[in-house]
Design a protein around this ligand. Structure first.
Ligand SMILES: Cc1ncc(COP(=O)(O)O)c(C=O)c1O
Length: 399
């Protein structure tokens, strides 16, 4: 078991009274990440490519961060591209992939997804006269994978899907989606932004072509990470300036990288690995995520068991097939009001659609202020679960 009290000591943000259940919107950072960012700024701010020690340090840092990205995803360092965030990386990739699409082609998107894995593709498709089809929701805010299979046809060039819903916590069987895409020669693009803080990533086992995540969702700084199969990153047309590298992954990284954030990302991956054990960092990450999953399941089960009758959960009713992210509707009280009152009680949650526009619209919550989202991470405690349950009960009781 993780020693959560001990771990929390590493997070300066937890020294105050606020309870952080807003992890799905962004996590707090351990001291080692903060120190790594400031250390890099103090020592390694020279650009790469110079013939002097501080430039060598920046190159070394970049290589180490790429190795950390490889360990985190299960890919190779040359397959790791850094960018501003997931949304920017997806816009860049969509533009490149669309160059090879033709009128009459189709792309398949998911009705469960965050808009960052929807609109970039819709705009790219529009610019090429390509048809967009949506896989619809299944029961309990899942994705209907039979429906998804039924709309993937010989014309399909891309299937873009989330690994885990940022609104409802639902897990998606990515290997199945990737296999369905591969059967017709389509590429698969996985939004792992909400998956990465909760589950071990293994791109080879998933069998996808691209996977993207964001380090501020797993205790690091604001930095996007894209893993792409080597052949795609080398072969696809990249939009780059002429002097930028012609080889992957550099050809995808526009402009000068944020060295200080690479240092923070490296420290965040090391923090995660420190929660596990095993020979190398990859092995440690695998065991760390088993521990993380267990701790989060305990918190999630406690939360589910304590939900009152007038608080309605949207999404899987048990911890099976989900992570510890919960969307709830408190009878009679608009979600923004609930989140505000929880905020007054010192509990940070979120209200609205959290950019999960497609599922919120389909479930009828888009025009009603959305839902309240409560997210537990491995560094949350059972007393924090009880505090939010008490808060919800108070708000529902007063309604
Ligand atoms: C599931 C999911 N995908 C994509 C994004 C967008 O990520 P970024 O802020 O890195 O662009 C988010 C952000 O909340 C998210 O939760």
């Amino acid at each position: 078991m993780l020693d959560v009290d001990e771990l929390r000591n590493e997070f300066p943000a937890f020294s105050g009274p606020q309870i952080f259940l807003d992890g799905p919107a962004g996590t707090q950072t351990p001291r080692r990440v903060i120190d790594a960012v400031s250390h890099a700024m103090a020592t390694s701010m020279s650009n790469v490519g110079g013939e002097f020690p501080s430039s060598y340090r920046s190159s070394d840092l970049t290589n180490k961060a790429r190795q950390a990205g490889a360990d985190l995803t299960g890919g190779a360092p040359e397959e790791i591209v850094f960018g501003a965030n997931m949304t920017s990386l997806t816009f860049a990739l969509s533009r490149a992939l669309a160059e090879e699409w033709e009128k009459g082609d189709r792309i398949v998107l998911s009705a469960l997804d965050h808009d960052a894995n929807v609109t970039p593709w819709v705009l790219a498709a529009r610019s090429r006269g390509v048809e967009v089809a949506f896989a619809e929701l299944g029961a309990d805010a899942s994705l209907d994978l039979d429906h998804l299979d039924s709309i993937i046809d010989e014309r399909t060039r891309l299937v873009a899907v989330t690994g885990c819903s940022n609104a409802f916590g639902t897990l998606i069987d990515i290997s199945r989606v990737a296999a369905s895409a591969a059967r017709v020669g389509a590429l698969s693009y996985v939004d792992a932004v909400h998956l990465a803080p909760h589950r071990y990533l293994d791109v080879e086992a998933l069998g996808c072509d691209f996977l993207v995540c964001s380090s501020y969702k797993f205790f690091g700084p604001h930095l996007g990470i894209l893993w792409g199969r080597r052949s795609h990153l080398s072969g696809l047309p990249a939009f780059k300036v002429r002097p930028a590298p012609d080889v992957a992954p550099g050809r995808w990284e526009t402009g000068t990288p944020p060295f200080e954030l690479l240092a923070g990302f490296l420290a965040a991956v090391d923090y995660l690995a420190s929660l596990g054990w095993g020979g190398d960092r990859r092995g440690a990450l695998e065991s760390a995520f088993r521990e993380i999953g267990e701790q989060e399941s305990l918190l999630g089960e406690r939360f589910l068991a304590g939900l009152g009758d007038n608080v309605k959960l949207i999404g899987p009713p048990t911890m099976a097939g989900r992570v510890s992210t919960f969307a709830v509707d408190v009878a009679g009280v608009p979600a923004p009001e609930v989140a505000k009152r929880l905020g007054e009680l010192g509990i940070a949650t979120w209200a609205g659609h959290y950019y999960a526009v497609e599922p919120m619209r389909r479930l009828g919550f888009l025009d009603r202020g959305g839902l309240v989202r409560i997210g537990f991470l491995h560094i949350n405690t059972s007393s924090e679960v009880d505090a939010v349950l008490d808060g919800l009960a108070q708000i529902a009781g007063a309604a």
